[in-house]
Design a protein. Structure first.
Ligand code: 3IX
Length: 207
């Protein structure tokens, strides 16, 4: 078997494969819609059985919430880039192509589960992508914080099924206040631009 290269990304394995399969179920459910109405009850029962099997593997919720405080788990299971979370598209920023100016970049194409206006991405999903990527930019700049204010300008509807470039950049810090900007675009056109005010915690997250 050939080794994965930069142009042949590795297939997900383990829990990431599970999340990828669940993600494809969500996508297929929305794409099939009423066209699978006759088989819906049967398919729902099979999916419910799988959910029950997974439930039996899950630790008590408080334990799982405790585990999730670990940074590596927040990376794996977050709802934007997290490969272990079926809710995430996932946005790929494993190769951020950092221009050396602190800009982080990611790529994602969004399907029907993320639709708002017909054929286009829901505005709240754009806000989610922006919030998260600005958080990543702040983390990389060494100034992680909580979102206090998020402002978005929606310049053009964001198309579904088109590779989007998502960028974010830490701009300035004033004490614990952190100013960050971001964009969503494609082919040189900016669909959404964003500005966020983030507040660093009073005590650092980590030494
Ligand atoms: C700390 C957690 C960090 C989270 C990120 C984790 C790791 C980062 C590492 C790597 C990055 C990887 C991934 C990124 C992941 C996620 C990114 C998504 C982030 C989120 O999804 S996060 C959820 C939504 N977010 C909230 O759930 C916040 C609810 N909120 C609060 O928890 C408090 O509200 C808080 C903490 C914001 C401030 O509370 P506080 O007590 O620390 O500070 P305080 O109120 O004293 O304000 C200090 C100065 O900021 C000014 N100020 C405050 N708020 C302002 C506003 N809205 N507009 C204008 N100015 C404002 C004040 O006026 C004062 O200014 P001044 O000093 O000049 O008087």
């Amino acid at each position: 078997m050939s080794q994965p290269t930069a142009t042949t990304p590795a297939q997900p394995a383990g829990t990431e494969a599970l999340a990828a399969a669940a993600r494809s179920v969500v996508d297929a459910v929305v794409r099939a819609g009423d066209h699978c109405a006759e088989r819906a009850a049967e398919l729902a029962a099979r999916l419910r059985a799988i959910a029950d099997e997974l439930d039996r593997c899950a630790p008590p919720l408080q334990d799982r919430l405790g585990e999730m405080r670990e940074f590596s788990r927040s990376v794996k299971y977050n709802p934007v880039t997290g490969p272990g979370n079926p809710f995430s598209p996932p946005l790929d920023c494993t190769d951020p192509d950092d221009a050396g100016d602190g800009t982080v970049r990611g790529a994602v194409a969004l399907g029907l589960p993320y639709q708002g206006p017909p054929g286009h991405v829901h505005g709240g999903i754009s806000a989610l992508l922006m919030d998260h990527m600005m958080g990543v930019a702040n983390g990389r700049a060494g100034v992680p914080g909580m979102t206090a204010r998020l402002t978005l300008d929606y310049h053009r509807p964001v198309p579904l099924y088109q590779e989007l470039t998502v960028t974010a950049r830490h701009r300035s810090s004033d004490g614990r206040k952190v100013l960050t900007t971001g964009t969503i675009g494609a082919g040189g056109e900016t669909y959404v631009s964003a500005e966020g005010l983030f507040i660093q915690p009073r005590t650092p997250l980590r030494e």
